[in-house]
Ligand binder design. Structure first.
Ligand SMILES: *Cc1c(COP(=O)(O)O)cnc(C)c1O
Length: 359
């Protein structure tokens, strides 16, 4: 009745809504630091732009081409408008890439651990997934990945910075890797968190001019604070971009989503202020973890992955939840991922962890 690959899936478990979760744990106040949402909200220009929308347009289909958003993004990144494809969140682009490229028996390489959607959609297409361990510093091991390439390899996923470890590889390392990967292998660099490195030159979008097998992914859900609006995009060159456009659902981006993303993108000062606050709070988190003796990976993102030795991670997770803070567990035994929140929430969580460790 259904294809074999689907029978064996472990589906993505989405977050409960905040309201559902509060009811479940019986709390009035709950701060979610488990989904890497932007703790600082989104640009105030988004609300202003949406207020100008006319309800009389409700019966009309949106602009399939997302022309306004396309134009400002292309000029910002110095790429042609034809190199861009938009998705209903980056999730949809990840699905689309797998749908267009993979066939049963193809091999897909990804780091371990990384964002789980790559594995899910590769498996739905019947591809064989080979996951390659990170190096000791939690970074993606490019040499180990290169060693796994065979004539069946179709796709390689590089989440950079990597979720959940937060670790980052410089663009020069990715360029050398691309120089050694056969052109028949599509290399996808997911830059969902790249804004949080604080350096605009860290992106490999520019390399799409040079490497036709490179796809770079971006989302409005993290630094731009628009997770609810579902806007992500990919940058790549012909011929792949043409095939992706042919398979994409024609109206996958609502007018609301396009208006919100356009307003957010134009307000780069909001993004810069978010990034500045995240970097400053990230440093405080690092100092705290060092002082508390909890091992962690160097993060270039709006989250930190840290270890609670001795099997206490789940207990700490429960303790924090009971005090109104939800972190992410279950990504690796003994490890928790915390999204960098507002200063007062970070401080509260750090005090709770101190209490927990001291007791
Ligand atoms: C959050 C996240 C995404 C998904 O982004 P959406 O645009 O909200 O679908 C993609 N990749 C990584 C690594 C993420 O952490």
């Amino acid at each position: 009745m259904v294809k074999e690959a689907v029978k064996h899936l472990k589906p993505y478990i989405p977050e409960l809504t905040l309201a559902q979760l509060k009811e479940k744990v019986g709390l009035k106040q709950l701060v979610r630091l488990s989904a890497n949402e932007n703790a600082f909200g989104t640009s105030p220009d988004v609300a202003k732009a949406l207020d100008k929308w006319h309800y009389e347009d409700a019966n009309l289909y949106p602009d399939s081409n997302a022309a306004e958003l396309r134009s400002i993004i292309a000029s910002q990144f110095d790429i042609s408008e034809q190199q861009l494809i938009f998705g209903n969140g980056l999730d949809e682009i990840i699905e689309l890439l797998c749908r267009v490229i993979l066939k049963p028996g193809d091999e897909v390489l990804d780091p371990e651990p990384t964002f789980s959607e790559y594995a899910l959609h590769s498996q739905i297409e019947g591809a064989t997934l080979k996951s390659v361990a990170l190096d000791e510093s939690g970074r993606i091991d490019l040499n180990a990945l290169a060693n796994e390439i065979t004539d069946k390899t179709s796709m390689i996923w590089l989440c950079n910075p990597n979720n959940p470890t937060g670790t980052f590889l410089g663009p020069n390392l990715i360029q050398s890797f691309l120089e050694n990967v056969p052109e028949t292998v599509t290399v996808i660099v997911d830059e969902a968190y790249i804004d949080f490195t604080g350096n605009a030159h860290d992106s490999v979008i520019g390399l799409t001019h040079q490497f036709r097998n490179l796809v770079v992914l971006r989302t409005f859900s993290k630094a731009y604070g628009l997770a609810n609006f579902r806007v992500g995009f990919a940058v790549c060159s012909e011929p792949l971009i043409g095939y992706l456009q042919a398979v994409r659902l024609p109206y996958n981006l609502s007018t609301f989503a396009e208006i919100a993303a356009t307003a957010a993108f134009k307000d780069q000062s909001f993004v810069q202020s978010t990034v500045k606050q995240v970097i400053s709070e990230r440093q405080k988190w690092e100092h705290f973890l060092i002082k508390a003796g909890l091992p962690f990976y160097d993060s270039a993102t709006n989250f930190i992955f840290f270890q609670v030795k001795g099997g206490d991670a789940d207990e700490l997770h429960q303790y924090l939840l009971a005090h109104g803070y939800l972190l992410r567990n279950g990504l690796r035994q003994d490890w928790l991922r915390v999204t960098i929140g507002k200063p007062e929430d970070n401080q509260a969580v750090q005090s709770l962890i101190e209490e927990f460790l001291g007791s």
